[in-house]
Structures are given as structure tokens and as C-alpha cells.
Write a protein that binds this ligand. Structure first.
Ligand code: ADP
Ligand code: MG
Ligand code: ZN
Length: 628
């Protein structure tokens, strides 16, 4: 068999994606290989397919038990023998798996890094030919990454012990140069083929919504997207509790996840989500690493994460199957302060020496600033993110809230000049809150103590809501009329540019999103977008296809339940959608559907064919009605 046949037979796909083929060929030529591709790009195939073509075993190193389980589950579903070796196995199961492995039963074995140098595993590895070691989530070797795992450093130690050096391949979605260089250096890749693909995830819609009533906005979104699976990320456990509780009270089926819950509850809630028992999970950022659920249709952020890396990673959990999905950030002014607190009190940094800690903190503050600007930029959001990662996209994507929404041009000169004048007359000595309190005419002890109640601008903007003042202030910062010092006092200072407004009557016009929900553009548009389920733009679903889709989905849920696997492991949303369009009658036709391979056909093909046939018959009967 060659790589194309494997792709078709086991995975049910016709063509490789951009980088996959290059990476696979490189490995098959015997070269060390590093693949840097965004989430959902299909990194797993890049080592799984060579693993099936090479003599000897491929060891896949993966950081999390849940990831290994997911991958091994998917491989077994596709008819490929694979196993994992980690601490979730009892000693008996572990020994049994190792002995099967020794007999050559598995071409692919997933191993936790800390297992590698244990005597038992070494004994196995020294007596079995190992063709390749594939390091998944390879950024875990780098201390610059967000998920440094000391146990990843054992990989090199392990390889050094082997009688013959296997091919090394590594994969990650982290794009920064530091991390890439670290991976090559630490894993000691030899003259590797390095392939980086663009970081754009074109199927994802990006939106920022700045509303006072965040909960209301989230609720409205969920109402319009019932039945779809999604994640609502919150900044704090407290928010998770609140949002989850309110949603339940409002009649939604949701569950929760954060580090404060018992292991048992976390596991249960996560499973409920993965198995589509509960469509929506409200969670802190503790949730998600290791979740390969492919049919997540939206990721909402109830609050702004601390940096663009985190945001893109969390948002990127939507739409792994390539079908359209939405990522919406609901921003509020307090988010900045909350994140600042996180940065100041970051436990992970406590062990660092003072100098390093200062550097790290400074870097974190810069990233937070970049994240904040994301919420305020009037430019294409996708472009903003891609530029952050060092890529240049086109500056219009047509699939983000900035590109799609009509902005309202608001003249904010009065507020802006009061702000600047207040900063100036108070001799640029105070932070944001004192300035805002002054302008709002607050009667607090602090304001009296600083004598700000005698400032000529005291109470001047009483009529402007404070969130709007913050927006204007942030805009002035973004446009460099003022800056906030980065020492612990965070004092607001003017730049030279401020004189334009203060002395020469320059006007400040902001593009502000209208105070309505910025997303979706219109209900009908949104419906069309959603209901295409990942098909090409012009292939929108008819109502009939939509109801077939629902039927197939129900069948999928039922089969998944019987097999005790998550529904997306039976077939992805995209595969079901494709079935609705093709409406296959024969096995041959069914095999042309993307995501249906021989083995999956054996398992589920007939049932889906029957379901489609029954549907078609029902629809063909004169006057026959759908039993929906
Ligand atoms: P990554 O590890 O890069 O985040 P995965 O390996 O989990 O991505 O793959 C994401 C999804 O893309 C999976 O559902 C996978 O089956 C699908 N996929 C991978 N390669 C192809 C391909 N050539 N054609 C169609 N779908 C693919
Ligand atoms: Mg992966
Ligand atoms: Zn855009």
C-alpha cells in the first residue's frame, strides 16, 4: 500500500492537505522532520501514515492521558491497531500491552514521556525495532512555551540509550521562533525538514462584542445556537459558577469545569461534553488541553484572556473538523485589571529569580496590552492575530466582526479632550482610576486626599458612562495620545501627540460598534453560514438536507452510545454533511464521502445507508411527510 491508499482506506480522505504530504515524504525519506501547523490542520496523519508504511514501531510522545486516549480511540475506530502506555493502566494492563507490543501487534504506540526511561519500558525498547519517535505537542520541551513539561526532556535521554537512532519527528501548533529553535536544539533534530504552514484558520469567524450586559449577550447567542456544541470560557472560577448557574436557571443544558472541582466531577463533566450529552461547557482555561473534540461549533469568551497566545489556542478549539465555527470575545473593561492581578500574582513565576521574574512579568504585561488592543482595533481581527504571530494576511478577511459589521463613527472629542486636560492639569501623576473618578465627579476620600475635587475638570464628564470613558482612554492609548507607565504605579502620561487635541482643536473620531449585538450580522446570514456545515460556500443546505442531517446525527449519537465512544469518533459533522449532499445509495458511493474509509464503512456504513434510503423513500412518497 502507498500513502494515498492508506489515506483513503483507513482515514477515508481523498487528498492530503498542503503540508501533510511534504512532511510525510520527508519522514519516509528517513529525515528528521518538524511540522508547525495550527490546530486542526491534521498533524496526526503526518506521523500516523508513515508509521504504517515503515518497518518497525512508531512511538508517539504525548503530554496528556486524555490526548492519548482520544487518538488511540480514533485509530482503533479507523481499523488501525494502536495502544497507549501511561499511568491510567493498571500494572497488569500495562504488562499485557507491553507484551502485545513486543509481539509486534501495534505499529503505533503512544507513550507518556515519563515512562520512557523506566526499566520496564527500556527493556522493551532495546529489544524491539523502533522506526520513529514522533513528539506531539513538541512545544512542551520549551520553557518559553506555555505548557513546559520537564518530563519531555527525558525524550533525548531515551533516544541516546537506543542501539540505533530512530527517525525523530516533532509537531506543534506554537509558531514563535524561540519555541521552534528550542525544539530543534533540545530534541537534537538532525538537519530537519521544517515545514510551517500559515496560522490562519479560515473556517473560524472572529468577533469582539463590547456590551454592558455580557450575560445577556451570551444567553442570546446560546438561544440562537441550540443543539450546537460549544465552550464558554470565563476568567475566574467565580464567573464559571455564576454563568453556569444562571444558564441552568434559564433553561440551558450546560455543565462546568474548573480546577476547584473534584477530580471526579471534572472527569464526569468533561465526558458529558465530549460525548455530546451536554452541548455546552462553561470553563476556566484549565479546560481544553487534551480535548480533541472536533465538532465544537463555537467558543465564547466571557472575559478577555491574558494574551493572544492563550486566546488563539482557546478559540482554536472551535471547528477542528474544518466546518464553520465562531469565536466570540465578550469584552468588559474590568478584564484588564483582573488579568493584571493574575500577572502580578502568577504562582508559576514564584520560583524564578528576581531578574528573570521581572523580565517575564514585563513580557506578560506587553502581551496583555496586545490582547487588549485586539478588543479595540477597528481593523480586521484575523489580520491582527496573524500579524501578532508574525504573518501578514490580507487586511480584510470578510469573516470577522470588524470586516462584517457596520461601524458607527462617533465623535468623542469632548470626552477625549477632557481626559487629556485632566491628566495634564493633575501634572501626570495619577493612574487611570483617579483620572476617571475625577472626571466623573466621584466623592471619595481618595479624590479629596489628592485634591482632585479641586481639579478644573472635576465632574466634567458626569454624564458619560464609565465604560465609554474607558473605551476612549484605551483608544487614545492605542493611537498614542497617551501612555500608561509600566511600573507598579501605572501612571497615565501624555505624549507629544496630545497637544494636537489640547491646543490645536484636533478631533477624535472613533469607530465604535453600535450598541447592539455585533454578531451575527443578521440572523438569516448567520443561519446560512451555520447550516452549510462546512461545505463549500455555494453548497448551502436545503431544508430537506437539514432534516436528513438531523436524522444522521441522531443515528450517530445512538451508535456512539452503543460503542461507548464520543459521537465525533463515529463520523465528524463534516462527514455527515457530505453524506446529506451525496445521499449515497451504494457502498461505492458511500466510500466517496470524505471521512468514510473501508473500516468505518464495515462498522457503520450499512446503517447510515439504510437511514439515508429510508429518508429518501419517505420524501419520495406522494404527500409523504418527514417524521421529524
Ligand atoms: P491537529 O493535531 O493538527 O490539531 P488533527 O490531526 O487532530 O489536527 O486533525 C484535525 C482533523 O482534520 C481531524 O478530524 C482529521 O481527521 C482531519 N484531517 C486530517 N487530514 C485530513 C485530510 N487530508 N483531509 C480531510 N480531513 C483531514
Ligand atoms: Mg494534534
Ligand atoms: Zn476580518
Amino acid at each position: 500500500m502507498d500513502k494515498y491508499e492508506i489515506l483513503q482506506k483507513y482515514f477515508g480522505y481523498d487528498t492530503f492537505r498542503q503540508a501533510q504530504e511534504t512532511l510525510i515524504d520527508s519522514i519516509l525519506e528517513g529525515k528528521d522532520t518538524l511540522g508547525i501547523m495550527p490546530t486542526g490542520a491534521g498533524k496526526s496523519l503526518c506521523y500516523q501514515i508513515p508509521a504504517l508504511l515503515m518497518e518497525g514501531i512508531t512511538l508517539v510522545i504525548s503530554p496528556l492521558i486524555s490526548l492519548m486516549k482520544d487518538q488511540v480511540g480514533s485509530l482503533n475506530q479507523a481499523g488501525i491497531h494502536a495502544a497507549f502506555l501511561n499511568s491510567s493502566l493498571t500494572p497488569g494492563q500495562y504488562r499485557k500491552a507491553l507484551s502485545y507490543a513486543m509481539q509486534g501487534r501495534y505499529p503505533i504506540i503512544y507513550v507518556a514521556p515519563e515512562r520512557l526511561v523506566t526499566p520496564e519500558f527500556l527493556d522493551f525498547a532495546l529489544h524491539t525495532p523502533i522506526a520513529m519517535v514522533a513528539v506531539d505537542e513538541a512545544h512542551c520541551v520549551s520553557q518559553w512555551g506555555q505548557d513546559f513539561r520537564p518530563s519531555y526532556l527525558k525524550i533525548v535521554e531515551f533516544i541516546d540509550r537506543l542501539p540505533k537512532r530512530p527517525i525523530l519527528s516533532a509537531f506543534t501548533a506554537t509558531a514563535t521562533k524561540e519555541v521552534r529553535d528550542d525544539i530543534i536544539a533540545i530534541l537534537q533534530l538532525r538537519d530537519p525538514t521544517v515545514m510551517t504552514t500559515g496560522f490562519d484558520r479560515s473556517n473560524l469567524y472572529f468577533g469582539v462584542v463590547s456590551v454592558k450586559d455580557r450575560y445577556g449577550a451570551v444567553k442570546t447567542y446560546l438561544q440562537a445556537h441550540r443543539e450546537e456544541s460549544g465552550i464558554v470560557y470565563c476568567l475566574t472560577r467565580k464567573h464559571v459558577e455564576e454563568v453556569c448557574e444562571r444558564l441552568i436557571r434559564d433553561g440551558f443544558s450546560v455543565t462546568r469545569y474548573h480546577a476547584g472541582l473534584s477530580d471526579e466531577e471534572r472527569r464526569k463533566n468533561q465526558d458529558d461534553f465530549i460525548y455530546d450529552t451536554v452541548p455546552v461547557i462553561v470553563a476556566t482555561n484549565a479546560f481544553g488541553m487534551g480535548i480533541d473534540k472536533s465538532n465544537v461549533r463555537f467558543v465564547l469568551h466571557y472575559g478577555m484572556p491574558k494574551n493572544p497566545e492563550s486566546y488563539y489556542q482557546e478559540a482554536g478549539r472551535a471547528g477542528r473538523d474544518g466546518a464553520p465555527a465562531q469565536c466570540i470575545l465578550y469584552y468588559s473593561g474590568q478584564d484588564v485589571a483582573t488579568n493584571q492581578l493574575f500577572i502580578e500574582h502568577n504562582q508559576d513565576n514564584q520560583q524564578l529569580d528576581e531578574v528573570t521574574r521581572a523580565i517575564v512579568m514585563e513580557r506578560d504585561r506587553q502581551r496583555l496590552k496586545k490582547m487588549t488592543f485586539y478588543c479595540f482595533t477597528n481593523e480586521c481581527l484575523r489580520d491582527y492575530i496573524l500579524q501578532y504571530f508574525g504573518e501578514y494576511g490580507s487586511n480584510y478577511c470578510g469573516n470577522c466582526s470588524n470586516c462584517l459589521t457596520q461601524f458607527e463613527e462617533v465623535d468623542v472629542t469632548r470626552a477625549a479632550s477632557s481626559l487629556l486636560a485632566c491628566i495634564q492639569t493633575s501634572k501626570q501623576r495619577f493612574g487611570v482610576n483617579v483620572i476617571l473618578d475625577t472626571l466623573r465627579g466621584a466623592r471619595t476620600a481618595k479624590i479629596r486626599e489628592y485634591g482632585m475635587d479641586h481639579n478644573p475638570h472635576y465632574g466634567e464628564l458626569e454624564d458619560v458612562p464609565v465604560y465609554r470613558l474607558r473605551q476612549v482612554l484605551q483608544y487614545l492609548q492605542l493611537q498614542e495620545y497617551l501612555l500608561v507607565t509600566e511600573d507598579m504605579y501605572a501612571v497615565v502620561k501624555l505624549t507629544e501627540k496630545a497637544a494636537g487635541v489640547l491646543e490645536r482643536g484636533e478631533r477624535i473620531v472613533m469607530k465604535l460598534a453600535k450598541e447592539v449585538q455585533r454578531v451575527p450580522k443578521s440572523q438569516s446570514d448567520d443561519k446560512k453560514r451555520r447550516k452549510s456545515h462546512g461545505l463549500p460556500e455555494d453548497a448551502h443546505f436545503t431544508q430537506r438536507e437539514e432534516s436528513l442531517f438531523e436524522r444522521l446525527r441522531r443515528l450517530r449519537t445512538q451508535l456512539a452510545r452503543e460503542a461507548q465512544i464520543p459521537p465525533y469518533m463515529v463520523f465528524s459533522d463534516k462527514t455527515l454533511a457530505h453524506m446529506c449532499v451525496v445521499k449515497p445509495v451504494t457502498k461505492g458511493q458511500m466510500l466517496t464521502v470524505s471521512g468514510v474509509g473501508d473500516f468505518k464503512f464495515e462498522k457503520y456504513g450499512e446503517e447510515f445507508l439504510q437511514c439515508i434510503a429510508a429518508f429518501t423513500r419517505g420524501a419520495a412518497k406522494p404527500g409523504g411527510r418527514e417524521g421529524v
